[in-house]
Design a protein around this ligand. Structure first.
Ligand code: PLP
Length: 348
């Protein structure tokens, strides 16, 4: 089998565009051979469940799944009733980028709130947190946060704690879309549990794919009483892998020897390097200081088009021409420097 792509082609489109971390690929190979029980009855999944308890506390139950949309949808479904609604930021992936799956598949009403930076606050939540007992209104039951956010910003542990306290006071639960939870932990320099379990989060989606897995995410239930239906929902939502050992083996590789932290720190550092290289270029306005692994900037769309002939990246906001540059575990300093030099050249 020959490669059909050019392995030297690099870009900043998404951390999904990177390949698989070699340690993860090796782990898949090491898990191969022989027979193991299917559907999560294997030794790899047993080990993985233990590892998640080490990171999130003894009560944490991890459910490996295929992808992030699936993790979000079944996690939210597990926390809700058919008449429930979920409060989220207007920029949330569950709202903008899941093809309506939370609505179509979980039957949920999303209640989006505009935010300046992708982050909810208790005051912003209050714009949608009302109407309990009113049969005309879908009943707010869950607040969903993304950490790090779709706009490359971060919640502090204290901010998540305040949101959880507020939501719980109102009788709601808290879900975290943690597709980039590793980038957040690396940037905050905190263990996962400090800004999830200990802050009061009830359930989260734990990302793997964007941090070097071939595929795989995990729903992590932190408040078991809040999500009793998880095993059944995972199967009913077609997210139960029969050969689960290969999803679990990847996560073991990620969590062992802190590969998750090394990779996330690196991706964040590359975004900081990119920010430093472009922030003072005349014609580039960095929209917000990057806190994780993505840089958002405004520039002349014609410059962006020319640059795209050499590096792929996304237009984030068509109205403003804002673009997004995402760094991955395998982004190199040379990638960043070559991109910044090309951008500088186009602007001259
Ligand atoms: C914030 C966020 N949540 C979840 C996901 C996971 O989506 P997918 O279903 O593509 O794995 C993504 C992927 O881009 C994302 O950016």
């Amino acid at each position: 089998m020959i490669s059909l792509h050019d392995p030297s082609a690099r870009g900043f489109h998404s951390d999904n565009c990177a390949g698989v971390h070699p340690e993860v690929l090796a782990a898949i190979g090491a898990a191969n051979g022989g027979h193991q029980p299917s559907y999560g009855g294997d030794v790899y999944t047993a080990r993985l469940r233990e590892m998640f308890k080490e990171h999130f506390g003894d009560q944490a139950e991890a459910y490996p799944v295929f992808n992030g949309t699936g993790a979000n949808v079944i996690g939210l479904r597990a926390l809700t009733e058919p008449w429930s609604a979920v409060i989220c930021a207007e920029t949330a992936h569950i709202h903008l980028d899941e093809g309506g799956a939370p609505e179509k598949t979980a039957g949920l009403k999303l209640l989006p709130v505009p935010t300046p930076d992708g982050k909810l606050t208790p005051a912003l939540i209050d714009r949608q947190a009302y109407g309990w007992g009113d049969e005309h209104r879908a009943q707010p039951r869950v607040v969903s946060l993304t950490q790090s956010t779709e706009l490359g910003t971060l919640y502090t542990a204290e901010e998540i704690g305040a949101i959880c306290a507020h939501a719980h006071r109102l009788g709601m639960l808290v879900h975290v879309d943690g597709t980039r939870l590793a980038n957040a932990a690396a940037a905050l320099d905190l263990p996962f549990r400090a800004f999830t379990t200990d802050a009061g989060v009830d359930l989260l989606s734990f990302g793997g794919t964007k941090n070097g897995l071939l595929y795989g995410e995990a729903v992590v239930v932190l408040s078991p009483e809040a999500a009793p239906g998880m095993p059944y929902l995972r199967k009913a939502a077609m997210q139960l892998s029969s050969k689960m050992r290969f999803v679990s083996a990847q996560f073991i590789a990620l969590l062992e020897d802190d590969l998750w932290l090394r990779s996330a720190r690196h991706a964040n550092a590359m975004a900081a390097r990119l920010h430093a290289a472009v922030r003072d270029l005349p014609g580039v306005t960095v929209v917000r200081v990057p806190q994780a692994n993505a840089v958002f900037a405004r520039l002349d769309p014609r410059v962006a088009e020319r640059l795209r002939e050499r590096f792929r990246f996304e237009t984030w906001d068509r109205a403003t021409g804002e673009v997004r540059w995402v760094c991955s575990f395998d982004t190199t300093e040379d990638d960043v420097d070559a991109f910044a030099a090309a951008l500088g050249g186009e602007l001259r």
